[in-house]
Design a protein around this ligand. Structure first.
Ligand SMILES: [Zn+2]
Length: 659
């Protein structure tokens, strides 16, 4: 049969399900934009038609042609929506990043439907984009539309209720935005997960004055600083009560995340009753109490148990409530290799922990990954095509039920990151060739020089390897930082701040980093080629190039900082160290100058706060190896003032140390 769409054709949809209706509308609208006639949506077509059908639930779908046209069938209404997007992709449509800059719709004289049939299903059941900053919540409409187009099925709004909103959206912002955003999720059948480190909010700190026994014991004393005492039945009763109120205030989520405090040290209780319980067991006691409260309201929703920092190890004593789901968040893992890669120097530990957690918890496993976390990667993102592909293959082999990609940062993107597209596509099908995905992305973004844009990302991905592939000794460094209040003696160290590792680790690192230069030069040349052929898309490509420049700037700074620390480790002369310090400072100043041009004023304090931590690393070295006693005092006073001006409160910096 002739599959050319003519005005005789119709879209046939018998279902009244709102997601199926949305799928039909989306099909009609987009086909028209491609050049097809406006097809009526009817419950029963007489002539040629695209018939849309769905079952009760599920994301799998099929496409087939028959004597009267075409059939699209989803296992559920959302599966039908994916079938529609898949058909549009077969017709050449692409949505590589949110908004018009990431959309490609080929205009045609005639639209001819593809004759070949297919069936497709996701490798991982829940595929979730985590919105982890008010900045990204502000653009959530575009992210939600894009997520559905690329077959993600969950949006996780990562929130914080108290303190500085670094790496999370304010709960108050979600309350303001949800009236607009919930209908956008519902019409596409996307699920919502909600929450973050809220556990402390469910046991008000003011109770400490009258009921100190509710709170934890640390260093021999009760303190309201972190979490609470989970062995006290009264603490758990209050937790259930306040959690009930939370679930009633936010009835829109399918999975709730009410995690403990975000601390490297965990912050759990050492009272006689808790002393024999590991942080994981204590945390699971709390999660179980939350699940009991949830079970009374919503028997199909669940609460996550966060395996993170001190709760990475599996609980030994406590068993999970049926509505508690494991959420494994291996933030310190290596992003140079897949989590299941036995050759990785760091990841096998996390793969083992995941397996042990899974055995102890019994139910489905959700993994929380950091592919879009610009705080972890210092306000830039490494392209992670190979690693995401390897991770997704591994997670599928382990029967992982859900994958989340945390998107957070300290500034708005100038161009949405490529990892979002890679993650969405690979979570659906880990057998996708990462190079082919990169090629598709490049064809949409730079249609006149896709090969050059692809080279931009392959060289950048390769350059980042020299920074991401850590040794165990380097990875251990940040656990050794004492919780000092002097940011110059002990500046915050995050995953990539391993410059003070002992020899030979720091020297080997420097040697590897030196080889990044060739990749960065190749990337620069590739960008020149892209820009030479840019036309109407010049502005969006320039924005994307600026994102590349900050990534290159971060890599160059890390190299210069490493060089300085290696010189110090080798006992270089003071004069030589001064030169090394000046070079590293110039690298940092370059990043600050970039921020002046590219970070909007409203986001600048948060961005500069994180950049100041890099300054503190240079200060620490100057303090230890270069500064004279009188200069030290001046340095400290200057930094204290800087931090106070930026944060209003230097303790803000310590919020960052703990993640
Ligand atoms: Zn206790």
């Amino acid at each position: 049969m002739d599959l050319t769409l003519t005005p005789r054709w119709a879209i046939e949809l018998a279902s009244a399900h709102p997601v199926a209706r949305f799928a039909a509308e989306e099909l009609r609208r987009t086909l028209q934009r491609l050049g097809a006639p406006a097809l009526p949506i009817v419950t029963q077509a007489d002539g040629p038609r695209i018939v849309l059908r769905h079952g009760p639930g599920g994301d799998a779908f099929l496409r087939a042609t028959d004597h009267a046209g075409m059939l699209l069938r989803g296992d559920g209404p959302r599966g039908l929506l994916y079938a529609v997007y898949d058909l549009l992709e077969a017709l050449g449509c692409r949505w590589v990043v949110p908004g018009p800059a990431g959309e490609f719709l080929p205009r045609r004289e005639r639209v001819v439907l593809p004759a070949e049939g297919l069936a497709d299903r996701p490798a991982i059941a829940r595929r979730s984009l985590v919105l982890g900053h008010d900045l990204f919540l502000a653009d959530a409409e575009a992210w939600i539309a894009w997520a559905a187009q690329n077959r993600l099925n969950t949006i996780f709004v990562h929130t914080i209720g108290h303190g500085p909103a670094i790496g999370a959206c304010r709960l108050a912002t979600w309350r303001r935005r949800r009236r607009v955003l919930l209908p956008r999720l519902t019409e596409r059948g996307l699920d919502l997960e909600l929450g973050g480190h809220h556990l402390r909010d469910l046991l008000p700190r003011r109770l400490f004055t009258t009921q100190p026994d509710l709170f934890r014991v640390a260093d021999g004393y009760r303190t309201p600083d972190h979490n609470f005492c989970p062995s006290n039945p009264q603490s758990l009763a209050l937790l259930r009560q306040h959690a009930t109120a939370f679930f009633q205030t936010y009835p829109e989520a399918q999975v709730y995340h009410l995690w403990p405090d975000d601390l490297l040290s965990g912050g759990w209780c050492a009272c006689p009753s808790c002393a024999s319980l590991s942080p994981s067991d204590q945390s699971l006691l709390a999660a179980n109490a939350l699940a009991e409260a949830l079970a009374a309201l919503r028997p199909t929703a669940s609460v996550s148990f966060l395996a993170y920092h001190t709760t990475e190890a599996a609980p030994q004593v406590v068993r999970p409530h049926a509505q508690v789901e494991l959420l494994f968040a291996p933030r310190p893992r290596s992003y140079a290799q897949g989590l299941g890669d036995p050759q990785s120097r760091l990841n096998p530990v996390y793969a083992t922990q995941m397996a042990e957690q899974r055995a102890a918890m019994g139910g489905p496993v959700a993994v929380f990954d950091y592919y879009l976390d610009a705080i972890l990667f210092k306000s830039a993102l490494p392209p992670l095509a190979q690693v995401i592909a390897a991770d997704m293959r591994y997670y599928r082999s382990q029967g992982v039920a859900a994958v989340h990609a945390l998107m957070t940062g300290d500034r708005p993107w100038l161009a949405a990151p490529i990892n979002a597209y890679l993650f969405a596509r690979l979570a659906w099908n880990p057998e996708h060739d990462p190079a082919a995905l990169l090629a598709t992305y490049a064809e949409v973004r730079a249609p006149r020089s896709p090969a050059a844009l692809q080279r931009v990302y392959t060289t950048l991905e390769h350059a980042w390897q020299a920074v991401l592939d850590r040794s165990p000794a380097e990875a251990a460094l940040r656990r050794e930082v004492r919780n000092q209040r002097d940011p110059i003696l002990a500046p915050p160290l995050d995953v990539l701040d391993y410059m003070a590792a002992a020899r030979p680790d720091c020297e080997l690192r420097l040697e590897r980093m030196g080889r990044m230069q060739a990749d960065l030069l190749a990337g620069q040349a590739a960008w020149d080629a892209v820009m030479q052929s840019a036309f109407a898309d010049r502005a969006t490509l320039e924005a994307e190039r600026a994102e590349w420049e900050v990534a290159a700037g971060v890599l160059r700074f890390l190299l210069l900082r490493q060089q300085l620390y290696v010189m110090a480790a080798r006992g270089a002369e003071r004069v030589a160290l001064q030169q090394g310090l000046a070079a590293a400072q110039a690298g940092l100043d370059h990043l600050l100058a970039w921020a002046q041009t590219h970070v909007p004023a409203a986001a600048r304090p948060g961005h500069l706060l994180l950049r100041t931590i890099l300054q503190l690393h240079l200060d620490q070295l100057a303090d230890q190896h270069i500064a004279l006693p009188w200069q030290r005092a001046t340095l400290r006073a200057r930094r204290a003032l800087l931090l106070r001006n930026l944060a209003g409160d230097p303790r803000l910096v310590w919020e960052l140390v703990r993640r």
